[in-house]
Design a protein around this ligand. Sequence first.
Ligand SMILES: Nc1ncnc2c1ncn2[C@@H]1O[C@H](COP(=O)(O)OP(=O)(O)OP(=O)(O)O)[C@@H](O)[C@H]1O
Length: 516
Amino acid sequence: MEKDPSFLFSGIHFNKKKFSNDFAKFQEKKGSDINKSEEPREDSSFIESGKSEEKEGKLSVKKRKRKSVGSGETVQGFDVFKSSKSAGKSVDRIRCCRRVKGKDLNGNSASSDLFNQVCYYLGKSPGFGCEPYLLRNLKELGFKEPTPIQRQAIPILLSGRDCFACAPTGSGKTLAFACPMLMKLKHASTDGIRAVILCPTRELAAQTTRECKKLAKGKKFRIKLMTKQLVGKADLSKLPCDILISTPLRLRLAIRKKKINLSRVEYLVLDESDKLFELGMLKQIDSVVKACSNPSIIQSLFSATLPDSVEELARTRMHDAVRVIIGRKNTASELIKQKLVFAGSEEGKLLALHQSFAKSLNPPILIFVQSKERAKELYGELAYDKIRVDVIHSDLSQLQRDNVVDDFRAGKTWVLIATDVIARGVDFKGVNCVINYDFPDSYNAYIHRIGRTGRAGRTGEAITFYTEADLPFLRNIANSMKSSGCEVPSWIMALPKLKWKKHRPRRDSISTQSKD
Ligand SMILES: Nc1ncnc2c1ncn2[C@@H]1O[C@H](COP(=O)(O)OP(=O)(O)OP(=O)(O)O)[C@@H](O)[C@H]1O
């Protein structure tokens, strides 16, 4: 069900208490008027907010506070203030507070085409022109107005600042980095690779490649996905490619074999960045960042979850970065109705699943389990039911994985059983329900798994089964539910909150056959 256009603001909370000063400022401006202005004003705060803060670097903290709170200067839609943690480093924080309205290029009212409006502002500053092909493609894709993350991140990246951004799942982060990338690159060239996008999984890399191609339709940009075959090629230095999309491992392999030249890369994106900064991928990321040696490179990090530890790590690798947080950091979209179900035992889970399918089946449904072995077991159980079920895990070949994903997208598969290989970033339109058959192994995994539903303004449901083994971690999930507006029994809220390391308990195998 589409919610138009308020969906664009799903997941946004403005903490009135914490930001009371800023809130007061917005209240004062009530009724005043961005909308009524004759012409859309050039919104310099969009682009230069961070830089003007920098200039103020010498002001005392008190003065800076006074200036930003009491001056009555124009603030449109967000509040910019220095991160206290980052004293001495140029990292700004932008918190999206409310909707900006205005007129589009033709002077029509705000709701018609805000993309035009954003681009109009940008077009006024030299070098930021949005070409007609991009506007046309956005229109063809049905995107009428930018989502909050797009509204904030696009101008920042276009202004040449590094950016790390955290916004809810399904809120349009891909476009937020792909749009400015195409605008920055302007035209295809034979200069070699000029933009690199890193994604943690092959599925996500393939999806991002497709999205970039759709956006670039009508231009001759060469957009390439780093495949196994490509890595195997003798010489990639002459690869006709403007934009390269890859997993870190494949790109690192190409770098190590000295097959690829990334010294001209102007634009680097780390998508699902917290996953990329996990221990296993950190070395690979570092070697890519090192190989992208162009001093004027623009780097950006995007994710729906951005733990503080990752931010700290990112700051050591990014300078002059603007930090954009849409809504509350690390929470699920409000469009997802989250439920916890006590299943008692492993057998209980299977029973609960069968019963709920027998009662009502509202596909497409995604079921997450904790390992490929369990994915195969559950598939074995459900395959006998008269539902179209399929399974995806890392034991399948790339071609098999692609086919499974395509069938689910096309509606041929109703129920897809999956491991965490597709928990992040993969955009299935209209998944009605996500079932965490096995409790997720971390809080972030929970947010990303359930984020496969409730995307782009649609509502969705997320059901999480738990057993005794999962009880210690229930409270952590309950917190996310509460902050997304879902009901949580008070006894769960009273449970102690534990530090959540990887939680993968040994579970009995999935089978209807009695163990005896
Ligand atoms: N401005 C827009 N208006 C309407 N729909 C949009 C807009 N921008 C993106 N979308 C759609 O929203 C959906 C989610 O976008 P996207 O996959 O970029 O989300 P995301 O924030 O990266 O999610 P995740 O955190 O799960 O990776 C896509 O189907 C995309 O086509």
